[in-house]
Design a binder for this molecule. Sequence first.
Ligand SMILES: Cc1cc2nc3c(=O)[nH]c(=O)nc-3n(C[C@H](O)[C@H](O)[C@H](O)COP(=O)(O)OP(=O)(O)OC[C@H]3O[C@@H](n4cnc5c(N)ncnc54)[C@H](O)[C@@H]3O)c2cc1C
Length: 412
Amino acid sequence: MKRMLILGGGTAGTMMANKLRKALSVEDWDITIVDKDKKHYYQPGFLFIPFGIYQKEDVIKPKLDFFPVGINSIFCEIDKVIPTENKVLLTDGKVLLYDILLIATGAETRPDQTPGMKDKLWYKKIFDFYTIEGSVALQNAFKTWEGGKLVMAITEMPFKCPVAPIEFVCLADAFFTEKGLRDKVEISLVTPLSGAFTKPVATKMLSELLHDKNINIITDFYIERIDNDRQVLVSYDERELPFDILSIVPMNMGNEMVARSGLGNDMNFIPVDKHTLQSKVYSNIFVIGDTADIPTSKAGAVAHFSGEILFENLLNFIDGRPMTEKFDGHANCYIETGFGKGALIDFNYDVEPLPGTFPLPGIGPFGLLKNTKMNHYGKVMFRWIYWHLLLKGKELPIDSHLTMAGKKKEGA
Ligand SMILES: Cc1cc2nc3c(=O)[nH]c(=O)nc-3n(C[C@H](O)[C@H](O)[C@H](O)COP(=O)(O)OP(=O)(O)OC[C@H]3O[C@@H](n4cnc5c(N)ncnc54)[C@H](O)[C@@H]3O)c2cc1C
Protein backbone atom coordinates (compact mmCIF):
# COMPACT_ATOMS: atom_id res chain seq x y z
CA MET A 1 0.00 0.00 0.00
CA LYS A 2 1.45 3.36 -1.03
CA ARG A 3 0.68 6.62 0.75
CA MET A 4 -0.45 9.89 -0.80
CA LEU A 5 -0.51 12.60 1.83
CA ILE A 6 -2.26 15.92 1.17
CA LEU A 7 -1.46 18.83 3.50
CA GLY A 8 -4.28 21.39 3.52
CA GLY A 9 -7.92 20.65 2.73
CA GLY A 10 -8.88 24.03 1.28
CA THR A 11 -9.65 24.69 -2.38
CA ALA A 12 -6.70 22.91 -3.97
CA GLY A 13 -6.30 20.05 -1.46
CA THR A 14 -10.00 19.12 -1.59
CA MET A 15 -10.07 19.26 -5.37
CA MET A 16 -6.99 17.02 -5.69
CA ALA A 17 -8.30 14.54 -3.10
CA ASN A 18 -11.46 14.13 -5.16
CA LYS A 19 -9.60 13.67 -8.44
CA LEU A 20 -7.04 11.26 -7.01
CA ARG A 21 -9.47 9.10 -5.05
CA LYS A 22 -11.42 8.43 -8.26
CA ALA A 23 -8.28 7.54 -10.21
CA LEU A 24 -6.16 5.55 -7.75
CA SER A 25 -7.24 2.10 -6.62
CA VAL A 26 -8.12 1.83 -2.92
CA GLU A 27 -6.12 -1.42 -2.75
CA ASP A 28 -2.93 0.28 -3.90
CA TRP A 29 -3.17 3.84 -2.58
CA ASP A 30 -4.03 5.16 0.84
CA ILE A 31 -4.95 8.87 0.64
CA THR A 32 -4.87 11.09 3.72
CA ILE A 33 -5.74 14.78 3.97
CA VAL A 34 -4.81 16.96 6.95
CA ASP A 35 -6.26 20.34 7.89
CA LYS A 36 -6.44 22.34 11.11
CA ASP A 37 -9.91 23.72 10.42
CA LYS A 38 -13.17 21.79 9.97
CA LYS A 39 -14.80 24.69 8.15
CA HIS A 40 -14.35 25.39 4.44
CA TYR A 41 -14.49 29.09 3.57
CA TYR A 42 -15.52 30.26 0.11
CA GLN A 43 -12.95 33.07 0.17
CA PRO A 44 -14.14 34.86 -3.00
CA GLY A 45 -17.36 35.51 -1.04
CA PHE A 46 -15.49 37.56 1.61
CA LEU A 47 -15.48 40.46 -0.89
CA PHE A 48 -19.27 40.76 -0.75
CA ILE A 49 -19.75 40.61 3.03
CA PRO A 50 -18.77 44.23 3.86
CA PHE A 51 -21.53 45.42 1.53
CA GLY A 52 -24.18 43.06 2.96
CA ILE A 53 -24.48 41.18 -0.37
CA TYR A 54 -23.41 37.92 1.32
CA GLN A 55 -23.59 37.04 4.99
CA LYS A 56 -21.17 34.88 6.95
CA GLU A 57 -23.34 31.76 6.58
CA ASP A 58 -23.27 32.08 2.76
CA VAL A 59 -19.53 31.35 2.62
CA ILE A 60 -18.97 28.56 5.16
CA LYS A 61 -19.63 24.82 4.82
CA PRO A 62 -18.16 21.76 6.59
CA LYS A 63 -14.99 20.49 4.91
CA LEU A 64 -16.14 16.91 5.38
CA ASP A 65 -19.05 17.52 2.96
CA PHE A 66 -16.49 17.90 0.17
CA PHE A 67 -13.90 15.25 0.97
CA PRO A 68 -14.44 12.05 -1.04
CA VAL A 69 -15.45 8.75 0.52
CA GLY A 70 -12.46 6.45 0.96
CA ILE A 71 -9.84 8.90 2.21
CA ASN A 72 -8.60 9.45 5.76
CA SER A 73 -9.19 12.94 7.08
CA ILE A 74 -7.28 14.28 10.04
CA PHE A 75 -8.12 17.61 11.66
CA CYS A 76 -4.96 18.83 13.36
CA GLU A 77 -2.30 21.51 12.89
CA ILE A 78 0.68 20.39 10.81
CA ASP A 79 3.93 21.05 12.61
CA LYS A 80 6.44 20.31 9.87
CA VAL A 81 7.57 18.15 7.00
CA ILE A 82 10.83 16.22 7.29
CA PRO A 83 11.40 15.75 3.56
CA THR A 84 14.58 13.72 3.90
CA GLU A 85 12.61 11.07 5.82
CA ASN A 86 9.29 11.30 3.89
CA LYS A 87 7.63 12.18 7.16
CA VAL A 88 5.16 14.80 8.46
CA LEU A 89 4.79 15.72 12.12
CA LEU A 90 1.48 16.96 13.51
CA THR A 91 1.26 19.16 16.58
CA ASP A 92 -0.58 16.42 18.52
CA GLY A 93 2.55 14.26 18.22
CA LYS A 94 1.27 12.03 15.38
CA VAL A 95 3.74 11.12 12.63
CA LEU A 96 2.52 10.53 9.08
CA LEU A 97 4.60 8.83 6.41
CA TYR A 98 4.23 9.38 2.69
CA ASP A 99 5.38 8.17 -0.69
CA ILE A 100 4.05 11.28 -2.42
CA LEU A 101 3.39 14.55 -0.61
CA LEU A 102 1.02 17.19 -1.97
CA ILE A 103 1.30 20.54 -0.17
CA ALA A 104 -1.77 22.79 -0.43
CA THR A 105 -1.61 24.89 2.72
CA GLY A 106 -2.49 28.14 0.93
CA ALA A 107 -1.57 31.73 1.73
CA GLU A 108 -2.67 33.68 4.78
CA THR A 109 -2.79 37.32 5.78
CA ARG A 110 -0.08 38.54 8.15
CA PRO A 111 -1.07 41.91 9.64
CA ASP A 112 1.64 41.36 12.26
CA GLN A 113 4.28 42.01 9.56
CA THR A 114 3.50 45.75 9.26
CA PRO A 115 4.05 48.06 12.24
CA GLY A 116 0.79 49.61 13.44
CA MET A 117 -1.53 47.39 11.43
CA LYS A 118 -2.81 45.13 14.18
CA ASP A 119 -2.88 47.89 16.75
CA LYS A 120 -5.57 49.85 18.57
CA LEU A 121 -7.51 50.70 15.36
CA TRP A 122 -7.65 47.05 14.24
CA TYR A 123 -11.30 46.16 13.55
CA LYS A 124 -12.30 49.65 14.67
CA LYS A 125 -11.00 51.66 11.71
CA ILE A 126 -8.62 49.19 10.03
CA PHE A 127 -10.10 46.03 8.46
CA ASP A 128 -8.92 43.16 6.26
CA PHE A 129 -11.76 41.78 4.16
CA TYR A 130 -9.46 38.81 3.33
CA THR A 131 -10.65 36.98 6.48
CA ILE A 132 -14.12 36.12 7.68
CA GLU A 133 -13.57 38.11 10.89
CA GLY A 134 -12.35 41.17 8.99
CA SER A 135 -15.12 41.16 6.39
CA VAL A 136 -17.84 40.81 9.05
CA ALA A 137 -16.27 43.57 11.19
CA LEU A 138 -16.19 45.87 8.16
CA GLN A 139 -19.84 45.10 7.38
CA ASN A 140 -20.73 46.26 10.89
CA ALA A 141 -18.61 49.40 10.58
CA PHE A 142 -20.20 50.34 7.23
CA LYS A 143 -23.70 50.06 8.73
CA THR A 144 -23.28 53.24 10.75
CA TRP A 145 -20.47 55.04 8.91
CA GLU A 146 -21.46 58.48 7.71
CA GLY A 147 -18.63 59.10 5.29
CA GLY A 148 -15.07 60.35 5.07
CA LYS A 149 -11.89 58.97 3.52
CA LEU A 150 -12.18 55.29 2.58
CA VAL A 151 -8.75 53.95 1.69
CA MET A 152 -8.26 50.47 0.14
CA ALA A 153 -4.56 49.65 0.42
CA ILE A 154 -2.39 46.75 -0.72
CA THR A 155 0.67 46.07 1.43
CA GLU A 156 2.86 43.91 -0.77
CA MET A 157 2.88 41.58 -3.79
CA PRO A 158 2.05 38.77 -4.25
CA PHE A 159 -1.39 38.39 -2.69
CA LYS A 160 -4.37 36.21 -3.45
CA CYS A 161 -6.85 37.35 -6.06
CA PRO A 162 -5.00 40.49 -7.16
CA VAL A 163 -8.19 41.99 -8.60
CA ALA A 164 -10.12 41.83 -5.29
CA PRO A 165 -9.04 45.34 -4.10
CA ILE A 166 -10.23 46.79 -7.44
CA GLU A 167 -13.53 44.98 -6.99
CA PHE A 168 -13.73 46.30 -3.43
CA VAL A 169 -13.48 49.97 -4.45
CA CYS A 170 -16.03 49.46 -7.26
CA LEU A 171 -18.48 47.81 -4.88
CA ALA A 172 -17.88 50.56 -2.32
CA ASP A 173 -18.71 53.16 -4.99
CA ALA A 174 -22.01 51.37 -5.75
CA PHE A 175 -22.81 50.74 -2.07
CA PHE A 176 -22.38 54.36 -0.98
CA THR A 177 -24.16 55.65 -4.09
CA GLU A 178 -27.16 53.46 -3.26
CA LYS A 179 -27.03 54.67 0.36
CA GLY A 180 -27.10 58.29 -0.88
CA LEU A 181 -23.70 58.93 0.74
CA ARG A 182 -21.33 58.82 -2.25
CA ASP A 183 -20.63 62.57 -2.21
CA LYS A 184 -19.48 62.23 1.41
CA VAL A 185 -17.11 59.31 0.72
CA GLU A 186 -13.72 59.82 -0.91
CA ILE A 187 -12.50 56.45 -2.22
CA SER A 188 -8.82 55.72 -2.93
CA LEU A 189 -6.99 52.60 -4.08
CA VAL A 190 -3.41 52.55 -2.78
CA THR A 191 -0.99 50.14 -4.40
CA PRO A 192 2.75 49.37 -4.49
CA LEU A 193 2.35 48.80 -8.26
CA SER A 194 2.79 51.59 -10.78
CA GLY A 195 -0.83 51.16 -11.97
CA ALA A 196 -4.15 49.56 -11.06
CA PHE A 197 -2.96 46.11 -12.20
CA THR A 198 0.24 44.30 -13.11
CA LYS A 199 -0.10 44.18 -16.91
CA PRO A 200 -0.37 47.22 -19.26
CA VAL A 201 -3.55 46.52 -21.30
CA ALA A 202 -5.63 45.54 -18.24
CA THR A 203 -4.14 48.42 -16.25
CA LYS A 204 -5.32 50.91 -18.88
CA MET A 205 -8.87 49.51 -18.95
CA LEU A 206 -9.15 49.27 -15.16
CA SER A 207 -7.64 52.73 -14.55
CA GLU A 208 -10.21 54.28 -16.91
CA LEU A 209 -12.99 52.39 -15.15
CA LEU A 210 -11.89 53.66 -11.72
CA HIS A 211 -11.40 57.17 -13.05
CA ASP A 212 -15.00 57.19 -14.39
CA LYS A 213 -16.19 56.16 -10.93
CA ASN A 214 -14.26 59.01 -9.31
CA ILE A 215 -11.94 56.61 -7.46
CA ASN A 216 -8.37 57.85 -6.90
CA ILE A 217 -5.46 55.51 -7.64
CA ILE A 218 -2.32 56.16 -5.60
CA THR A 219 0.57 54.17 -7.06
CA ASP A 220 4.12 53.16 -6.04
CA PHE A 221 3.10 53.40 -2.39
CA TYR A 222 5.04 50.90 -0.25
CA ILE A 223 3.52 50.90 3.22
CA GLU A 224 6.14 51.15 5.93
CA ARG A 225 3.81 51.63 8.91
CA ILE A 226 0.43 52.83 10.06
CA ASP A 227 0.27 55.70 12.53
CA ASN A 228 -2.79 54.88 14.66
CA ASP A 229 -2.83 58.17 16.57
CA ARG A 230 -2.88 60.32 13.44
CA GLN A 231 -4.80 57.78 11.29
CA VAL A 232 -2.30 57.91 8.45
CA LEU A 233 -0.58 55.36 6.24
CA VAL A 234 3.14 56.09 5.97
CA SER A 235 5.21 54.89 3.00
CA TYR A 236 8.92 54.03 2.92
CA ASP A 237 9.54 57.26 0.98
CA GLU A 238 7.74 59.14 3.79
CA ARG A 239 4.55 60.00 1.95
CA GLU A 240 1.50 60.11 4.23
CA LEU A 241 -2.13 59.25 3.48
CA PRO A 242 -4.90 59.97 5.97
CA PHE A 243 -7.87 57.61 6.30
CA ASP A 244 -11.13 57.38 8.21
CA ILE A 245 -11.66 53.74 7.29
CA LEU A 246 -8.75 51.67 6.03
CA SER A 247 -9.52 48.43 4.20
CA ILE A 248 -6.20 46.67 3.89
CA VAL A 249 -4.71 43.61 2.22
CA PRO A 250 -1.99 42.68 4.73
CA MET A 251 1.14 40.93 3.55
CA ASN A 252 0.21 37.42 2.30
CA MET A 253 2.51 34.59 3.31
CA GLY A 254 2.53 30.82 3.22
CA ASN A 255 1.90 29.03 6.51
CA GLU A 256 4.71 28.93 9.11
CA MET A 257 4.72 25.15 8.72
CA VAL A 258 6.56 25.75 5.42
CA ALA A 259 9.28 27.74 7.19
CA ARG A 260 9.62 25.14 9.95
CA SER A 261 10.10 22.50 7.23
CA GLY A 262 12.80 24.54 5.49
CA LEU A 263 10.89 24.30 2.22
CA GLY A 264 9.99 27.89 1.42
CA ASN A 265 11.34 31.29 0.41
CA ASP A 266 11.26 34.32 2.72
CA MET A 267 7.46 34.59 2.31
CA ASN A 268 6.96 30.86 2.97
CA PHE A 269 6.00 30.13 -0.63
CA ILE A 270 7.57 26.97 -2.03
CA PRO A 271 9.75 27.10 -5.16
CA VAL A 272 8.50 24.59 -7.75
CA ASP A 273 8.89 23.91 -11.44
CA LYS A 274 6.26 26.30 -12.85
CA HIS A 275 5.06 23.76 -15.44
CA THR A 276 4.82 20.61 -13.30
CA LEU A 277 4.47 22.02 -9.73
CA GLN A 278 7.12 19.55 -8.61
CA SER A 279 9.39 20.74 -5.79
CA LYS A 280 12.74 21.94 -7.10
CA VAL A 281 14.47 19.92 -4.38
CA TYR A 282 12.42 16.80 -3.59
CA SER A 283 10.99 14.83 -6.51
CA ASN A 284 8.16 13.24 -4.49
CA ILE A 285 6.82 16.61 -3.24
CA PHE A 286 4.33 18.62 -5.31
CA VAL A 287 2.80 21.96 -4.38
CA ILE A 288 -0.56 23.25 -5.59
CA GLY A 289 -2.57 26.40 -4.95
CA ASP A 290 -1.44 29.61 -3.29
CA THR A 291 1.58 28.02 -1.55
CA ALA A 292 3.33 27.41 -4.86
CA ASP A 293 5.80 30.11 -5.83
CA ILE A 294 4.76 30.42 -9.47
CA PRO A 295 4.47 33.66 -11.46
CA THR A 296 0.70 33.72 -11.95
CA SER A 297 -2.28 34.82 -9.83
CA LYS A 298 -2.97 33.17 -6.52
CA ALA A 299 -6.56 32.16 -7.33
CA GLY A 300 -9.00 29.28 -7.09
CA ALA A 301 -9.24 29.27 -10.89
CA VAL A 302 -5.46 28.78 -11.10
CA ALA A 303 -5.67 25.93 -8.58
CA HIS A 304 -8.29 24.36 -10.86
CA PHE A 305 -6.38 24.73 -14.16
CA SER A 306 -3.07 23.67 -12.65
CA GLY A 307 -4.84 20.82 -10.83
CA GLU A 308 -5.92 19.27 -14.15
CA ILE A 309 -2.31 19.26 -15.30
CA LEU A 310 -0.92 18.07 -11.97
CA PHE A 311 -3.44 15.23 -11.88
CA GLU A 312 -2.30 13.88 -15.29
CA ASN A 313 1.35 14.30 -14.32
CA LEU A 314 0.90 12.54 -10.97
CA LEU A 315 -0.61 9.53 -12.70
CA ASN A 316 2.42 9.48 -15.03
CA PHE A 317 4.83 9.96 -12.12
CA ILE A 318 3.24 7.09 -10.19
CA ASP A 319 3.60 4.81 -13.22
CA GLY A 320 7.22 5.87 -13.76
CA ARG A 321 6.42 7.71 -17.00
CA PRO A 322 7.71 11.21 -17.84
CA MET A 323 5.50 14.11 -16.77
CA THR A 324 4.52 15.37 -20.19
CA GLU A 325 1.76 17.86 -19.25
CA LYS A 326 2.83 21.47 -18.79
CA PHE A 327 0.92 24.11 -16.83
CA ASP A 328 1.04 27.43 -18.72
CA GLY A 329 0.02 29.72 -15.81
CA HIS A 330 -3.59 30.01 -17.04
CA ALA A 331 -5.69 32.35 -14.87
CA ASN A 332 -9.25 33.50 -15.45
CA CYS A 333 -10.81 36.09 -13.13
CA TYR A 334 -14.17 37.80 -13.12
CA ILE A 335 -13.93 41.33 -11.76
CA GLU A 336 -17.07 42.64 -10.08
CA THR A 337 -17.39 46.32 -10.99
CA GLY A 338 -20.61 47.31 -9.21
CA PHE A 339 -24.16 48.19 -10.35
CA GLY A 340 -24.68 44.62 -11.63
CA LYS A 341 -21.73 44.65 -14.01
CA GLY A 342 -18.36 42.96 -14.23
CA ALA A 343 -15.22 42.57 -16.30
CA LEU A 344 -13.19 39.46 -17.13
CA ILE A 345 -9.50 38.77 -17.63
CA ASP A 346 -7.92 35.60 -19.05
CA PHE A 347 -4.13 35.27 -19.20
CA ASN A 348 -1.13 33.04 -18.55
CA TYR A 349 2.64 33.19 -17.95
CA ASP A 350 3.25 34.58 -21.45
CA VAL A 351 0.04 36.26 -22.59
CA GLU A 352 -1.23 39.31 -20.70
CA PRO A 353 -5.00 39.96 -20.32
CA LEU A 354 -6.26 41.07 -23.74
CA PRO A 355 -9.63 42.35 -24.98
CA GLY A 356 -12.02 40.10 -26.92
CA THR A 357 -14.69 37.50 -26.18
CA PHE A 358 -14.63 34.37 -24.02
CA PRO A 359 -14.85 31.42 -24.33
CA LEU A 360 -16.17 31.53 -27.93
CA PRO A 361 -14.61 33.84 -30.55
CA GLY A 362 -17.07 36.57 -31.55
CA ILE A 363 -19.91 35.04 -29.51
CA GLY A 364 -18.68 35.12 -25.94
CA PRO A 365 -20.97 35.30 -24.07
CA PHE A 366 -18.38 36.94 -21.79
CA GLY A 367 -16.46 40.07 -22.80
CA LEU A 368 -12.74 40.25 -22.02
CA LEU A 369 -11.72 43.57 -20.50
CA LYS A 370 -15.27 44.81 -21.03
CA ASN A 371 -17.68 46.00 -18.37
CA THR A 372 -20.87 43.97 -18.95
CA LYS A 373 -23.86 42.49 -17.15
CA MET A 374 -22.99 39.03 -18.52
CA ASN A 375 -19.58 39.13 -16.79
CA HIS A 376 -21.37 39.92 -13.52
CA TYR A 377 -23.47 36.77 -14.00
CA GLY A 378 -20.20 34.87 -14.55
CA LYS A 379 -18.99 36.02 -11.13
CA VAL A 380 -22.32 35.11 -9.51
CA MET A 381 -22.19 31.67 -11.15
CA PHE A 382 -18.65 31.11 -9.90
CA ARG A 383 -19.92 30.41 -6.35
CA TRP A 384 -22.18 27.60 -7.61
CA ILE A 385 -19.39 26.23 -9.81
CA TYR A 386 -16.99 26.38 -6.86
CA TRP A 387 -19.14 24.34 -4.45
CA HIS A 388 -20.59 21.89 -6.99
CA LEU A 389 -17.87 21.32 -9.58
CA LEU A 390 -14.50 22.86 -8.72
CA LEU A 391 -14.10 21.48 -5.18
CA LYS A 392 -15.37 18.08 -6.29
CA GLY A 393 -12.61 17.95 -8.90
CA LYS A 394 -15.07 17.78 -11.81
CA GLU A 395 -14.14 18.96 -15.27
CA LEU A 396 -15.23 22.44 -16.31
CA PRO A 397 -16.01 23.35 -19.92
CA ILE A 398 -12.93 25.59 -20.12
CA ASP A 399 -9.54 24.51 -21.44
CA SER A 400 -6.83 24.25 -18.75
CA HIS A 401 -4.48 25.94 -21.18
CA LEU A 402 -5.04 29.48 -22.33
CA THR A 403 -6.43 29.74 -25.84
CA MET A 404 -5.96 32.76 -28.12
CA ALA A 405 -9.35 32.17 -29.80
CA GLY A 406 -11.47 35.30 -29.32
CA LYS A 407 -8.59 37.44 -28.07
CA LYS A 408 -7.52 40.59 -29.89
CA LYS A 409 -3.90 41.65 -29.78
CA GLU A 410 -3.41 45.42 -29.26
CA GLY A 411 -3.70 47.23 -32.57
CA ALA A 412 -5.18 44.15 -34.32
C1 LIG B 1 -11.15 38.14 -0.70
C2 LIG B 1 -10.75 37.05 -1.65
C3 LIG B 1 -11.34 37.00 -2.91
C4 LIG B 1 -10.99 36.00 -3.81
N1 LIG B 1 -11.61 35.95 -5.03
C5 LIG B 1 -11.30 34.97 -5.90
C6 LIG B 1 -11.97 34.87 -7.17
O1 LIG B 1 -12.88 35.66 -7.50
N2 LIG B 1 -11.61 33.88 -8.01
C7 LIG B 1 -10.64 32.97 -7.68
O2 LIG B 1 -10.35 32.09 -8.49
N3 LIG B 1 -9.98 33.03 -6.49
C8 LIG B 1 -10.30 34.00 -5.60
N4 LIG B 1 -9.66 34.06 -4.37
C9 LIG B 1 -8.50 33.20 -4.11
C10 LIG B 1 -8.85 31.78 -3.70
O3 LIG B 1 -9.77 31.77 -2.63
C11 LIG B 1 -7.55 31.08 -3.29
O4 LIG B 1 -6.61 31.25 -4.33
C12 LIG B 1 -7.76 29.59 -3.09
O5 LIG B 1 -8.63 29.38 -2.01
C13 LIG B 1 -6.40 28.90 -2.83
O6 LIG B 1 -6.57 27.58 -2.49
P1 LIG B 1 -5.48 26.82 -1.58
O7 LIG B 1 -5.98 25.43 -1.48
O8 LIG B 1 -4.13 27.09 -2.09
O9 LIG B 1 -5.57 27.53 -0.17
P2 LIG B 1 -6.79 27.53 0.90
O10 LIG B 1 -8.10 27.31 0.17
O11 LIG B 1 -6.62 28.78 1.64
O12 LIG B 1 -6.51 26.25 1.79
C14 LIG B 1 -5.40 26.10 2.62
C15 LIG B 1 -5.78 25.12 3.71
O13 LIG B 1 -4.61 24.74 4.42
C16 LIG B 1 -4.91 24.67 5.80
N5 LIG B 1 -3.65 24.85 6.55
C17 LIG B 1 -2.72 25.82 6.39
N6 LIG B 1 -1.70 25.64 7.22
C18 LIG B 1 -1.98 24.53 7.96
C19 LIG B 1 -1.30 23.85 9.02
N7 LIG B 1 -0.12 24.25 9.49
N8 LIG B 1 -1.91 22.76 9.54
C20 LIG B 1 -3.10 22.32 9.07
N9 LIG B 1 -3.79 22.94 8.08
C21 LIG B 1 -3.23 24.02 7.53
C22 LIG B 1 -5.90 25.81 6.02
O14 LIG B 1 -6.69 25.59 7.18
C23 LIG B 1 -6.73 25.75 4.73
O15 LIG B 1 -7.88 24.94 4.86
C24 LIG B 1 -10.02 35.03 -3.43
C25 LIG B 1 -9.43 35.09 -2.16
C26 LIG B 1 -9.80 36.07 -1.27
C27 LIG B 1 -9.18 36.10 0.10
